[in-house]
Design a protein around this ligand. Structure first.
Ligand SMILES: Nc1nc2c([nH]c(=O)n2[C@@H]2O[C@H](COP(=O)(O)OP(=O)(O)OP(=O)(O)O)[C@@H](O)[C@H]2O)c(=O)[nH]1
Length: 128
């Protein structure tokens, strides 16, 4: 199964969400920035690399918060939510078309990728 790291960047009651751009799988849906784990890296190295690539920010992985398995038509993924600290709040997007620092209580009113919904609920329960 594909392992996908998802950055949970929480600051002052808000969390960073990014929107998948036109032409991508799940286009227009909001997600946690991140991506597929390569065989040679840990999940922490993966999220730090993906954040550098997608947001042009440096990132420190703290620890794995939770995981969610979801079966898309193209195959199952294990989405691994990793708590992170970002070097700053203004990303320079290279893959997504929008970003937003969303109050935790509003997260579920964004149209999230389906695999993200259980993780979003756990984040709200723990930090909201
Ligand atoms: N980065 C990220 N990917 C997510 C999230 N939720 C979710 O279902 N995904 C899915 O997990 C996969 C992440 O892989 P990726 O970001 O490396 O995307 P990709 O297009 O290169 O994947 P592909 O090479 O398999 O097509 C995608 O299929 C994406 O739809 C999320 O919160 N963050």
């Amino acid at each position: 199964m594909k392992h996908v790291a998802a950055a949970l960047a929480i600051k002052e009651g808000r969390i960073l969400l990014t929107r998948r751009a036109p032409g991508q799988q799940l286009e227009g849906l909001w997600e946690f920035p991140g991506g597929k784990q390569e065989p040679t890296e840990t999940i922490e190295q993966c999220i730090e690399r993906e954040i550098r690539e997608e947001l042009s920010l440096s990132c420190t992985a703290k620890h794995v918060f939770t995981e969610s398995i979801y079966r898309y038509e193209g195959g199952a993924i294990k989405l691994i939510g990793v708590l992170v600290e970002l070097s700053q709040e203004e990303p320079e997007l290279t893959v997504h078309d929008r970003f937003a620092w969303v109050p935790l209580a509003d997260m579920l009113s964004y149209e999230l990728a389906p695999a993200d919904i259980p993780i979003a609920k756990e984040v709200i329960n723990a930090y909201g």
